[in-house]
Write a protein that binds this ligand. Structure first.
Ligand SMILES: [Zn+2]
Ligand SMILES: [Zn+2]
Length: 232
């Protein structure tokens, strides 16, 4: 319903460059040209967290992650148009753009051929009320259609957390500690879905809750990966 209303109200032009969308792209929010401009995250990277490795030695970013969280990948760098697209998903009240972001995530390869399910990162109840929808869930739904694997909502927020913006990797971890719990027993293999990866603190904490509830192998995918210039 929301989607149908959106389509009626919005002109068929690209959200980012305002070019008119071709008929075959009428269901899209972002045109193919703008989607091709998104810069894919590519190796060499840390095999576990997918962060490019500019230095020798063990990766500091994923060192403290729970053991069950084995592979996390992001589709594109969160620059320019990609940042604007996430902003539209999060704050623009435009959940339909999730289809475009999910299509980019299908370029990501996870080492799984086991039967797995998608688990969206839940939003705090207060933010869910303000926004009207959970952007990670919108993304997971779109991805579920493309990858043909089901969604299971097993995670809930156990407490409100401060906004992660402008926190260092260490304070981000402390900020989300104990933020999630499970509502039912999770499946043995799960793929966490979130819109943006910054330091991985949120995914790690969500994985911790799944692991404690019995999940054995957890992967994570996000659409965007933030560039952290002060993190080496
Ligand atoms: Zn465009
Ligand atoms: Zn790593």
């Amino acid at each position: 319903m929301t989607s149908a209303v959106e389509q009626l109200l919005l002109p068929a032009e690209c959200l980012l460059c305002h070019a008119l969308l071709a008929e075959r792209d009428a269901g899209r929010v972002v045109c193919p040209v703008c989607r091709h401009r998104w810069r894919a995250v590519r190796p060499p990277w840390c095999e576990r967290c997918g962060q490019p490795e500019p230095h020798f030695g063990p990766c500091r970013l994923c060192a403290e992650w729970p053991a069950a969280l084995t592979v996390v990948r992001s589709a594109v760098w969160l620059t320019d148009g990609a940042r604007e697209a996430v902003h539209a998903l999060k704050y623009g009240g435009l959940p339909r753009i999730a289809d475009d972001l999910a299509a980019a995530i299908t370029g990501v390869t996870l080492p799984t051929d086991e039967a797995s399910v998608l688990v969206p990162i839940p939003l705090a109840p207060k933010r869910l009320r303000e926004r009207g929808y959970n952007q990670s869930e919108a993304l997971a739904r779109a991805l579920s259609r493309l990858w043909r694997i089901p969604i299971v909502d097993v995670l809930v927020r156990s407490r409100e957390t401060a906004t992660q913006t402008a926190l260092t990797p260490e304070t981000r971890l402390a900020n989300v500690a104990g933020a999630f719990r499970t509502s039912t027993r999770p499946p043995p293999t799960a793929v966490l879905v979130d819109d943006v990866f910054t330091t991985g603190a949120t995914l790690a904490e969500a994985a911790r809750a799944l692991e404690q509830a019995g999940a054995r192998t957890i992967f994570g995918v996000t659409f965007g990966r933030a560039v952290i210039p002060d993190f080496t």
